[in-house]
Design a protein around this ligand. Structure first.
Ligand code: ADP
Length: 736
């Protein structure tokens, strides 16, 4: 089965013209019948890796999934693309199940979704044997591992899958990062010589902003103002905070719905349904909200308090921007969040719900989380490194640190020296609070008892408030210029770096802690800047309303009809006819037939009413661009150019630099455009260059898609782009 055939299937049924990182090797593994483990972040496109090959193969792939809601989302989405798919679950009647089983026996089903509990039953296995199932896809595969955060005992029984179906290939998919979990998945599922593919955990389309919490309501409103009517989730630590914040927002006329485990199951379901079906755009929730929520166009996730681990933070923020478009993740934090979590962890230990090992690990997670919150390094880098990967660029240009959003403290080195010498004067035997009190010149009993009011550092920072001093101390901790030891009463300790700073051998950078960011709106990330370029917002809103109506009629979630990326592209290009519509990202043959006429009418009427131009040149497909690109730094560019000058191929550069081939290809395009090498021989076969050149002469160089089509959809977009760069046709849109 050819890979080109697979690309045609994807284009026809899904309307996608490019693949995301690692989708190609993941799909090849499925086509080759080789076991695989695919680790991609949320929104990375794991499902397409088993869905598209199932369509091309024409047999039945069994997908194991832990939640009915997750199965339903996928089945709905597949039906919208007219791919035959069903789920078998306990909510169905005997008649329904009988009818489904008939379809399965007749081989009419491409994707069959089941829970692990059902898969282990002998009757169901007998049914699968009748149709000789050759492929199993295990979704959310980390549920099989004790080390994962979502262990499910039912998943454990899948370790017999290889006995039940010898000869069938098993493919595992997860977004969970740790090596331990990965190994466990391979072992438990007994994968044989699996293709293991681990994607980057970075989410370039997310802009991370972390700010101390000083005035909760005002800070929340500021974020909401940046996202008028846009879908978002506000996470609070406690149920009580959820109720209070929801009430405050409602009092201001903002339609926010609460969600937490203290509500009745009916109320919770109503809130969740309203959010998923786009009747409401704002949910205020505890961490209880989220599992099984696949809404792809969440534009912001706001944490009003610090989560208890970076794993939780990654998972919760990961719900933003699954469609690849820009999204913002704001974290408001305070030292009291740490104390609250510490209290809760200790309480669970006292109540016998947690053993010593658990407490130690929970405290470590909490400290890591706090280090991130008070940290002064790039947020993308900090997250990616925490999950054990290298960060590929010098700057992300998509976080408060890299965008220069926070004001630095003047004379930070001197300030740090004062703090560090106070830690030395109290003989490294006291915690953050006490040291801050001494520096502030406080009058507490403990200070007098230890004679700390006699120290030379007493009152050295009396012009600053206590929380400010505490925050600076935390910043020093997060930079490794101070240490904390002891769990019960952690005391501040000095290390070699502290002494270097005290002796003036090291410059220190500190942020103004309790201040707002610099005046005005925060600087925008690349993805945020590009987000609405050329898009007619009013038309986008009308298209969203139309999408919601169609979704309601069909009983599916709105994003299953079209993603926001497609709607924005429609509102930007405003095609006047079916051929123009067909060129829009996310519109394949199937959806064109289904919705083309309605879209054309809606767009034409709007353009007429507002006197807007139609058939505009498409911009870059924002979601896919943000997903695959990192800012090209001067250093990286110079490095790439030098390698190309020496004739290195894309693969060689990718291997040497550990950049993705897509990024390397972007650099190569720039290199070709600026250096104009005599020939493209090191990178492309001669006949490809000639064919693309000829096609470009015939259909023009303004857009890639017509060239792609003229060449029978055989030559990848990246190759076309290289030839056009050589012809001097300038920057091209990645997917036409
Ligand atoms: P995951 O399961 O990894 O969290 P999904 O499979 O739900 O991610 O994919 C996230 C979104 O990306 C979906 O809307 C999907 O249709 C879309 N998508 C997947 N692959 C591509 C692609 N190659 N091009 C464009 N969009 C894609």
């Amino acid at each position: 089965m050819s890979f080109d055939g697979l690309k045609q299937v994807i284009e026809k049924y899904w309307g996608f013209r490019t693949l995301r990182p690692l989708q190609e090797p993941a799909m090849r593994a499925v086509l080759d019948g080789r076991d695989s483990l695919v680790v991609l972040p949320t929104g990375g496109g794991k499902s397409l890796c088993y869905q598209a090959p199932a369509v091309l193969r024409g047999d039945t792939t069994v997908v194991v999934s832990p939640l009915i809601a997750l199965m339903k989302d996928q089945v709905d989405g597949l039906h919208e693309c007219q791919v035959p798919a069903i789920q078998i679950d306990s909510s169905q009647t005997a008649e329904e199940r009988f009818a489904y089983e008939m379809d399965i026996r007749q081989g009419a089903i491409r994707l069959l979704f089941v829970s692990p509990e059902r898969l282990v039953t002998p009757n169901f296995q007998a049914l699968l044997r009748q149709i000789d199932v050759k492929n199993f896809a295990i979704d959310e595969a980390h549920c099989i591992s004790h080390w994962g955060h979502d262990f499910r005992p039912e998943y454990r029984q899948l370790n017999q899958l290889k006995d039940w179906f010898p000869g069938a290939a098993v493919h595992a998919y997860t977004a969970t990062a740790t090596e331990r979990v990965r190994q466990d998945i391979c072992q438990q599922l007994r994968l044989e010589n699996p293709e293991v593919l681990v994607g980057s955990f970075d989410r370039p389309n997310l802009a991370y902003r972390v700010t101390p919490r000083f005035e909760l309501n005002a800070q929340v409103l500021e974020v909401l103002k940046r996202h008028p009517n846009e879908p978002g989730i506000i996470y609070c630590i406690r149920r009580k905070d959820v109720d209070e914040l929801t009430a405050d927002l409602k009092a201001q006329g903002i339609d926010a719905r609460p969600y937490h485990a203290g509500m009745s199951p009916e109320d919770r379901k109503a809130a969740q349904d309203a959010f998923v079906q786009e009747h409401c755009n704002l949910i205020v929730a505890t961490v209880a909200f989220g599992m099984g929520i696949d809404r792809s166009n969440i534009r912001f996730v706001l944490h009003t308090g610090m989560p208890k681990s970076l794993e939780h933070y990654q998972q919760e923020t990961g719900r933003a921007g699954r469609d690849g478009l820009e999204a913002e993740c704001v974290l408001l934090h305070s030292g009291s969040d740490f104390m609250l979590w510490k209290f809760l962890i200790e309480k669970s230990a006292e109540e016998g719900q947690a053993d010593e090992q658990y407490v130690a690990s929970a405290m470590q997670h909490l400290r890591d989380m706090q280090r991130y919150a008070t940290g002064t390094v790039c947020r993308h880098r900090a997250l990616v490194q925490y999950f054990g990967q290298k960060f590929p660029a010098d700057t992300c240009l998509a976080c408060d640190i890299c965008l220069g959003d926070r004001e630095t403290t003047p004379e930070a080195t001197v300030l740090a020296q004062k703090i560090l010498s106070c830690v030395a004067r109290v003989k490294e035997s006291f915690g953050i609070n006490h040291v801050a009190q001494v520096l502030r010149g406080g009058a507490g009993e403990a200070i007098a008892r230890h004679g700390h009011d006699q120290l030379s550092t007493y009152g050295l920072l009396k012009e600053h408030t206590l929380p400010v001093i505490q925050d600076w101390i935390r910043q020093l901790l997060s930079q490794g210029l101070l240490l904390q030891a002891g769990d019960e009463y952690p005391v501040l300790k000095l290390n070699a770096a502290s002494w270097e700073a005290m002796k003036g051998k090291r410059d220190v950078k500190l942020f103004q802690p309790m201040q707002r960011r610099k005046e005005g709106a925060p600087a925008k990330s690349q993805a945020e800047q590009a987000a609405w370029e050329g898009v007619d917002r009013e038309l986008f809103e009308s298209l969203s309303v139309w999408r919601r109506q169609v979704a309601a009629q069909r009983g599916v979630a709105a994003f299953q009809i079209f993603s926001d990326a497609t709607l924005r592209e429609l509102a930007r290009v405003r095609p006047s006819g079916l051929p123009g519509l067909r060129l829009v990202y996310g519109i394949g043959e199937v959806k064109l037939k289904e919705h083309g006429a309605a879209l054309m009418q809606l767009i034409a009427e709007h353009c007429l009413r507002r006197d807007l131009s139609m058939d505009n040149a498409p911009g870059p497909v924002q979601g896919e661009k943000a997903r695959s690109e990192r800012p090209k730094t001067t250093q990286d560019r110079a490095r790439a150019f030098e390698l190309f000058r020496r004739g290195a191929s894309i693969e060689q550069v990718a291997e040497q630099t550990e950049w993705t081939p897509k990024r390397v290809s972007g650099f190569l395009c720039d290199y070709i455009a600026s250096a104009r090498p005599a020939s493209l021989a090191p990178w492309l076969p001669d006949d490809v260059v000639q064919r693309v050149t000829a096609a470009a002469r015939r259909v023009g160089v303004e857009r890639l898609k017509p060239i792609y089509v003229a060449l029978g959809e055989q030559i990848p977009y990246d190759d076309i782009r290289l030839v056009l760069a050589h012809l001097g046709a300038g920057e091209q849109n990645p997917t036409g």
